[in-house]
Design a protein around this ligand. Structure first.
Ligand SMILES: [Zn+2]
Length: 333
């Protein structure tokens, strides 16, 4: 008998471990692991902010509150009475969904497990048109990996609404307005599904220099040797268990394909197969040093020495860094 359950659980079924135990071996010693549970659920009321969240969920609107006396517009509508005007009442008003970053915002690369699927993400304060205060909101780029420098103080941002909304602040996020068409920027209540996320512009590679081909050949040989070691290393294999990716890597001296296939990592020259994402690094040594645990791939991305075409594929980069660490640790006696 099959039951079809379309209700989404607070904790997804696949995240709930099965009843049971297992033995894990660490450094020659067996340890017994027991699956157990400890959980708490709670409900919270949005109280008088309910219209703000329902406005986002049902009407794709951002609401603020305007003081009936001084006219200041606060977003989100945190004050039902104005603290500056002897507690004069405020009224709900709709504000625009385009605004400017109040300051240069931070970007999160390493998040807790709850937010791991959402990184890298930026979080900044944006002053929307018609508002006098700033709204804290997450932001992304549609043009590949999110790195410092894409969004700065004063960058014009557009609010984007998720297609499936629940009445939570995560129903919205922002992208730089410059990445959208003027028609999209003007459209009210722009949806995630109305944006092109797949046509990130690859950064230009420098003209091939006299040493680039040799450097490419040397990096490819180094990467193949590292991959060979990783494929023999149980810990490194675990880091890419159940993970399959074809990655096209473009460098100044040549192109290669990196394949991740459920524990196996391989490198071959040329662009082979249909890629899940594209990586561009002028110097292929960036990749080799990252996998040799001599440099950080994340750091290289932040410094724009390594670029990837899809922001969510940072997960793959994260796994590669773990493999590098696993291999380095396995070599320590
Ligand atoms: Zn006031």
């Amino acid at each position: 008998m099959t039951t079809i359950n379309k209700v989404k659980k607070v904790i997804p079924d696949e995240a709930i471990p099965e009843v049971g135990t297992k033995i894990v071996n660490r450094d020659g010693q067996d340890y017994l692991l027991v699956n157990d549970a400890m959980f708490t659920f709670y409900q919270r009321s949005m109280g008088e902010f309910t219209p703000f969240f329902l406005g986002m969920r049902d009407e794709r609107k951002i609401l603020g509150c305007r003081c009936t006396k001084c006219g200041i517009v606060r977003v989100p509508p945190l004050a039902t009475r104005c603290p500056d005007c002897n507690f004069a009442p405020t009224e709900l008003v709709e504000v625009g969904d385009v605004g400017k970053m109040l300051s240069t915002p931070p970007i999160t690369y390493f998040a807790s497990s709850l937010f791991q699927e959402q990184v890298p993400s930026g979080r900044g304060r944006i002053v929307l048109e018609g508002a006098d205060t700033a709204l804290s909101v997450n932001f992304y780029t549609t043009k590949g990996i999110l790195v410092p420098g894409i969004v700065n103080r004063g960058t014009e941002m557009k609010v984007v609404f998720k297609d499936q909304r629940v009445g939570d602040i995560t129903d919205i996020f922002c992208v730089p307005a410059s990445e959208l068409t003027s028609e999209q920027v003007a459209r009210k209540g722009l949806l995630v599904s109305e944006i092109d996320w797949e046509s990130a512009a690859e950064p230009d590679l420098p003209q091939q220099g006299p040493n680039d081909r040799g450097r490419f050949a040397s990096a490819l040989a180094g990467l193949r040797a590292l991959a060979g070691e990783m494929n023999q290393c149980e810990r490194a294999r675990e880091d890419i268990a159940d993970w399959k990716r074809n990655v096209h890597v473009k460098t100044a001296g040549g192109q290669m394909t990196m394949t991740i296939d459920n524990g196996d990592l391989t490198f071959e020259p040329g662009l082979v197969g249909d890629p899940d994402f594209v990586a561009v690094c002028a110097d292929p040594m960036v990749l080799q040093e990252g996998l040799a645990y001599k440099g950080s791939l994340t750091q290289a991305m932040m410094e724009r020495r390594l670029w990837i075409s899809r922001n969510p594929e940072f997960t793959t980069i994260f796994k590669l860094e773990r493999m590098a660490r696993s291999l380095a640790r396995s070599k320590k006696v």
